[in-house]
Ligand binder design. Structure first.
Ligand SMILES: *[C@@H]1O[C@H](CO)[C@@H](O)[C@H](O)[C@H]1NC(C)=O
Ligand SMILES: *[C@@H]1O[C@H](CO)[C@@H](O)[C@H](O)[C@H]1NC(C)=O
Ligand SMILES: *[C@@H]1O[C@H](CO)[C@@H](O)[C@H](O)[C@H]1NC(C)=O
Ligand SMILES: *[C@@H]1O[C@H](CO)[C@@H](O)[C@H](O)[C@H]1NC(C)=O
Ligand SMILES: *[C@@H]1O[C@H](CO)[C@@H](O)[C@H](O)[C@H]1NC(C)=O
Ligand SMILES: *[C@@H]1O[C@H](CO)[C@@H](O)[C@H](O)[C@H]1NC(C)=O
Ligand SMILES: *[C@@H]1O[C@H](CO)[C@@H](O)[C@H](O)[C@H]1NC(C)=O
Ligand SMILES: *[C@@H]1O[C@H](CO)[C@@H](O)[C@H](O)[C@H]1NC(C)=O
Ligand SMILES: *[C@@H]1O[C@H](CO)[C@@H](O)[C@H](O)[C@H]1NC(C)=O
Ligand SMILES: *[C@@H]1O[C@H](CO)[C@@H](O)[C@H](O)[C@H]1NC(C)=O
Ligand SMILES: *[C@@H]1O[C@H](CO)[C@@H](O)[C@H](O)[C@H]1NC(C)=O
Ligand SMILES: *[C@@H]1O[C@H](CO)[C@@H](O)[C@H](O)[C@H]1NC(C)=O
Length: 501
């Protein structure tokens, strides 16, 4: 995976003249202060009317071009959903643990990802929408002959069979694909699946890196796993499945729809997005619901900003607000942490998350733990930044910042490229769980499409923390942090499975 991501981005770097730049700049500056709103009320009023007319014109245009969508989703223009969810929703923490990783006898794990995906597929009766960076569900795709691709093959077979069960399936993936030899999408098309590929490089100079499913407009999956056989047996992944939550599924559908319309040939990013894409669920106004009977508040954040109406919380803002609200601890597990931009700007420092972490530790005495992955393909450029964070750890001054590297043993699986790595991207605090799809580096929040699922629960201190998602995620972090696979920076000796050593 890594080298191909890199080559994708290398091409991006050469893509210098962007017609979208001015659009982005407008977008960012289009948020005047209150005093300005007053002084320009009249102008704004006129602009609002004009904007409204333009939006209506745009919706009409989209509608004409979206006959296929309407056939698939006759009700896709519903815009108002309640911020209270009456359903009894269930949430599962799902994990994929690479084969032959020995955690000892007493370790507990989330629901296996393979089972969670199979259950979602068998639950479906009308519709599944899938957003994934790419598809590669068989070993042949990457010239590997390994029986560990069996679960992946099975998922592909099950997707092929869905249209025959009258379940309509839509798939969006990134273009150009980093799995050029995969035949999955062609095979799915032949079986009646609707497929679109989005050229994010042209649209925002990024990629579509998001990963989620929406099933029957009621159930959702969000997590780190791509539609890749290695995600089921060779790469460590983490995500959530939320059952029976139409409000949030409808909300996520808007993000899916924004990708779907941008998958048309020559599509351009609308500015602003039509009112259909507005959301009433965000950081300021989360959805209140019971998850397994536990009172909870949830919302979905997204990136890049160019794909977010004002009402959608940006993924970076979600990360920063979760960190700043923590009172006791912030535990972060990400594939990569890199406080800089690598691709949009080559080599520009980007301290947003770094500052938030240091401020929490220094000003509020919050205990920060960072578990960052190191695999055979990791970029050693991140190591100095990790060391600088760890250097701030100073218990006698009540500053607690600890950094460990998560190393998945390659074992005898040396012939499988871009595997044997912890691909998780989540954070847990004393009250909130954040489960995302992005690395923590500038480009992922600025130009690349991703989503973050945020759950806050007050009952974390209740007698059985295992009953809350936040409690379960905390336990997963503790399990990994105290396992033999988490190596403190200063104890990193020679380890061929980690590119930093
Ligand atoms: C981000 O994560 C991907 C895998 O998800 C990895 O290949 C890539 O090198 C990482 N880092 C950056 C800065 O893109
Ligand atoms: C669309 O809405 C109508 C009326 O509210 C309802 O009967 C129908 O089942 C809905 N269709 C879908 C696919 O949700
Ligand atoms: C595993 O759990 C059992 C029963 O709770 C306990 O007796 C045993 O010491 C635990 N083993 C380890 C390695 O923690
Ligand atoms: C795709 O297949 C070609 C021809 O077999 C091979 O040279 C190339 O390395 C393959 N690409 C990937 C990404 O596996
Ligand atoms: C894959 O490996 C198995 C056993 O290791 C072997 O029987 C089979 O012929 C191989 N398939 C290919 C296409 O090389
Ligand atoms: C699918 O829909 C068609 C046409 O409505 C119907 O004839 C067929 O029995 C349905 N198949 C299943 C498996 O529900
Ligand atoms: C979802 O709700 C329905 C009833 O509306 C129930 O039958 C089903 O078991 C629920 N699903 C899950 C996974 O809890
Ligand atoms: C997309 O743009 C290209 C080049 O401007 C043009 O040749 C092509 O006809 C356009 N395609 C559609 C579907 O509009
Ligand atoms: C650190 O925290 C402890 C407990 O809150 C407090 O007693 C101590 O004075 C603090 N030390 C410093 C250097 O602030
Ligand atoms: C790798 O090791 C595991 C566990 O020891 C074994 O089951 C498996 O067959 C081995 N695979 C290969 C390709 O040697
Ligand atoms: C994010 O992208 C915008 C253009 O879309 C650019 O102006 C800005 O400098 C970028 N920020 C970072 C940190 O890369
Ligand atoms: C949980 O308990 C700790 C100590 O017992 C307390 O400081 C903290 O405020 C509690 N958190 C919540 C969310 O109630």
């Amino acid at each position: 995976m890594t080298s191909t991501y890199k080559s994708t981005f290398t091409e991006e770097r050469n893509f210098t003249s962007s017609p979208y730049k001015s659009l982005h700049d407008n977008y960012v500056s289009n948020r005047p202060g209150l005093s300005r709103i007053k002084s320009f009320l009249l102008i704004m009023g006129c602009l609002t009317i004009l904007g409204g007319l333009l939006a209506i014109a745009l919706i009409e245009k989209l509608r004409n071009q979206e006959k296929i969508d309407e056939a698939l989703n006759p009700n896709h223009t519903d815009t108002h959903e309640p911020v209270l969810n009456a359903e009894e929703s269930r949430i599962l923490l799902v994990e994929s643990i690479p084969l032959w990783m020995d955690y000892g006898t007493n370790a507990t794990f989330g629901e296996p990802l393979y089972k969670a995906w199979k259950d979602l597929i068998s639950t479906a009766t009308t519709q599944i929408d899938v957003a994934s960076f790419y598809w590669s569900l068989t070993g042949e795709d990457i010239n590997v002959n390994s029986s560990t691709d069996r679960p992946g093959r099975d998922i592909l077979e099950q997707f092929k069979a869905l249209p025959k069960r009258n379940v309509s399936v839509r798939v969006v993936a990134s273009f150009p694909s980093i799995a050029p030899n995969s035949t999955d999408l062609r095979i799915l098309k032949e079986h009646g699946v609707h497929v679109r590929r989005i050229n994010f490089r042209r649209l925002t100079r990024g990629i579509l890196h998001t990963k989620f499913w929406i099933v029957d407009r009621r159930h959702i999956y969000i997590g780190s796993a791509n539609m890749d056989w290695r995600a089921l047996t060779q790469v460590k992944e983490l995500g959530v499945v939320l059952y029976n939550c139409s409000s949030l599924a409808t909300d996520l559908q808007k993000i899916f729809q924004s990708y779907w319309v941008m998958g048309r040939p020559n599509a351009t990013v609308p500015e602003p997005w039509p009112a259909f894409y507005d959301t009433s669920i965000n950081a300021e106004q989360p959805l209140h619901l019971n998850l397994d009977t536990v009172p909870s508040r949830v919302y979905i954040a997204a990136s890049p900003p160019a794909f977010c109406p004002d009402s959608r919380t940006r993924d970076l803002d979600a990360v920063l607000s979760v960190i700043s609200q923590a009172q006791q601890f912030v535990h972060v597990a990400v594939m990569e942490y890199y406080p800089a931009s690598k691709f949009f700007y080559h080599h520009r420092y980007w301290p947003d998350i770094e500052t938030a972490l240091k401020r929490s530790a220094f000003e509020r005495g919050v205990a920060v733990r960072l578990l960052v992955s190191c695999g055979r393909d990791s970029d050693p450029a991140v190591l100095p930044f990790l060391k600088s964070l760890a250097a701030l750890d100073y218990p006698s001054e009540n500053i607690s910042i600890e950094v460990r590297l998560h190393i998945v043993p390659v074992a005898n699986q040396t012939d499988i490229p871009y595997s044997r790595v912890n691909h998780n991207k989540y954070m847990v605090t004393d009250k909130t769980a954040y489960i995302g799809t992005s690395n923590w580096s500038a480009d992922y929040f600025n130009t690349t499409a991703g989503v973050g699922f945020v759950v806050s629960q007050d009952a974390v201190n209740s007698s059985s923390p295992g009953e809350t998602l936040v409690g379960r995620l905390r336990a997963v972090f503790e399990r990994d942090w105290s396992s033999q696979f988490a190596v403190p920076l200063e104890k990193l000796g020679h380890n061929p499975d980690c590119a930093f050593s």
